[in-house]
Ligand binder design. Structure first.
Ligand SMILES: [Ca+2]
Length: 355
């Protein structure tokens, strides 16, 4: 899922170029966007472990140990991780605002899509779409009025002009009062820039999974095996029928929750399940676990997603407030997701680590 996939999808409709195009289920992403507006290179600040937890070294079984996993969560394999520090919460709007104020950074969603670059990634001869499709914009969730074909995400994602981290649901929306909510609509590039500025880095996928398990072994969720749908609720997800009926039994209806709204895991980390997807450092390969090194794996050198060949993607983890057992169940510790590094969405954020 990405703003570019939606752009291309709209091109499909508008231009009738891809009459046979199929949009795979769940997250799909698209070619990288060009950084048309150059942002300043953030300079690292002094390192601080404030707001972080020490994650111990250890060995764990990475991947799915049961039958709930998707194909890319197998084989289960042993991984050894060095100790590191991790943000106890997802990066908040307040923290991201401090970064932007300090650096003047402009996020991907705030930049105009460069048609010269995009035209290289669509069939030759595709005419330039309307400027409105290339304007700064981002993907916002819009519930449907009833059951829909879950293989067509364009039915619940709207490409909204003016939506970005400061305007999470529409150009007229605001983050005033949401300072303690996770920042959203940030691309991998945005997250990496923040991490450099903070003197930190994005976690590897292996570090993320190890940390999310909170010291438990072979459990489905950070809290154990108790269903995500059992009260008291342990994560911000989507109760009911996706994508049209969020019963909000967890108290947060189709929106982010303030960080620390649900109990921490055994390592003192909050919201590693649900709330927002979290970018990881690694490139994504569906078959990476078949050849992953056992010591501090840092991901493959190149990306490969059979769902969308040729599109380089980074790993995302943890699921979001839109995750539901009827759709993706990605609040499971082993669940993997991926998107192009230029993608930002209403349900995607990140947290950082430090050695
Ligand atoms: Ca919820």
């Amino acid at each position: 899922m990405s703003r570019y996939s939606i752009t291309l999808y709209l091109l499909v409709i508008t231009l009738s170029v891809f009459s046979q195009a199929k949009i795979p289920i769940c997250h799909v992403s698209t070619p990288n966007r060009l950084k048309q507006i150059k942002s300043p290179s953030p300079k690292p600040t002094l390192k601080s472990h404030a707001g972080m937890k020490r994650i111990p070294a250890g060995i764990f079984s990475m991947g799915s140990h049961d039958t709930q996993g998707r194909a890319d969560e197998y084989p289960l394999h042993q991984v050894r991780i060095k100790a590191f520090w991790m943000d106890e919460t997802e990066v908040t709007n307040a923290a991201f605002a401090a970064f932007v104020k300090s650096t003047g950074y402009i996020t991907t969603a705030e930049k105009t899509i460069d048609w010269t670059e995009l035209s290289k990634q669509v069939p030759k001869g595709t005419p330039k779409p309307a400027d409105s499709l290339l304007a700064p914009s981002s993907l916002v969730f819009v519930p449907t009025t009833g059951p829909v074909d879950l293989s067509d995400y364009s039915q619940w994602w709207a490409f909204k002009r003016g939506a970005d981290w400061r305007h999470p649901t529409s150009p007229g929306s605001t983050i005033h009062g949401l300072e303690n909510h996770p920042v959203v609509h940030v691309s991998w590039d945005d997250a990496a820039a923040y991490a450099r500025w903070a003197g930190k880095r994005l976690p590897t996928e292996a570090e993320w999974e190890w940390a999310s398990r909170g010291g438990l072994k072979n459990k489905i969720y950070p809290w154990g095996d108790v269903s995500v749908n059992s009260a008291p609720y342990k994560a911000n997800s989507f109760q009911g029928h996706f994508p049209y009926e969020d019963q909000a039994l967890d108290g947060y209806k189709t929106t982010t929750a303030p960080v620390k709204s649900f109990p921490a895991n055994g390592y003192g980390l909050y919201d590693t399940a649900g709330n927002v997807w979290e970018w990881c450092a690694d490139w994504y390969r569906a078959d990476y676990y078949k050849k992953s090194p056992s010591l501090n794996p840092r991901g493959p050198s190149t990306s490969d997603d059979p769902d969308e060949p040729g599109v380089a993607k980074r790993v995302m983890r943890g699921g979001s407030f839109l995750c539901n057992d009827g759709y993706c169940s990605s609040y499971r510790c082993s669940a993997r997701m991926k998107s192009s590094p230029d993608s930002g969405l209403q349900h995607t954020g990140f947290r950082c680590v430090m050695d």
